[in-house]
Design a protein around this ligand. Structure first.
Ligand code: RTP
Ligand code: MG
Length: 140
């Protein structure tokens, strides 16, 4: 499998509870390397762009409000098959369905406040990374 990069967000429910170190520990123990990381407060415009694919969904307004309510930590993760690997480590979107040992099983509060985001495909990973990081901010 090829070395790959994925985009990750430690969401407001995670930063609020001071869980960024605990989540990074799970990420690193899973064999993913954090090659870029910064703490930001997402603007409404950034959140609306980021979740543009969900614009017509009933939870969109609430999701944007949640994502902008407190700081997030945005990251680029690198590893063999990093996109699929991170989705596996995150667990199901709804923590009630997440497997034991996954980040969402361990930490998520609800289907919305589910602690982390991870890209779902190479194309989205590329777009999402470029929304938050310049090339020289990623050090592999
Ligand atoms: P993500 O994009 O954050 O990695 O999560 P995902 O692929 O597992 O979930 P997705 O379907 O893309 O939904 C994006 C985020 O929207 C919130 N959500 N709320 N209230 C709801 O029914 C609902 N469904 C999704 C979650 O924060 C989810 O991660
Ligand atoms: Mg998604």
């Amino acid at each position: 499998m090829a070395l790959e990069r994925t985009f990750s967000i430690l969401k407001p429910d995670a930063t609020e509870r001071n869980l960024t170190g605990a989540i990074n520990d799970v990420i690193e123990k899973a064999g993913l390397r954090i090659v870029a990381q910064k703490r930001v407060r997402m603007t409404r415009e950034q959140a609306e762009t980021f979740y543009g694919v969900h614009r017509e969904r009933p939870f969109f307004a609430e999701l944007v409000a949640f994502m902008t309510a407190a700081p997030v930590v945005v990251q680029v993760l690198e590893g063999e098959g990093a996109i699929a690997r991170y989705r596996e480590v995150m667990g199901a979107t709804n923590p009630a369905n997440a497997a034991e040992g996954t980040i969402r099983k361990l930490f998520a509060r609800s289907v919305q406040e589910n602690s982390v985001h991870g890209s779902d495909a190479p194309e989205t990973a590329q777009v999402e990374i470029a929304q938050f990081f310049a090339g020289n901010e990623i050090v592999g």
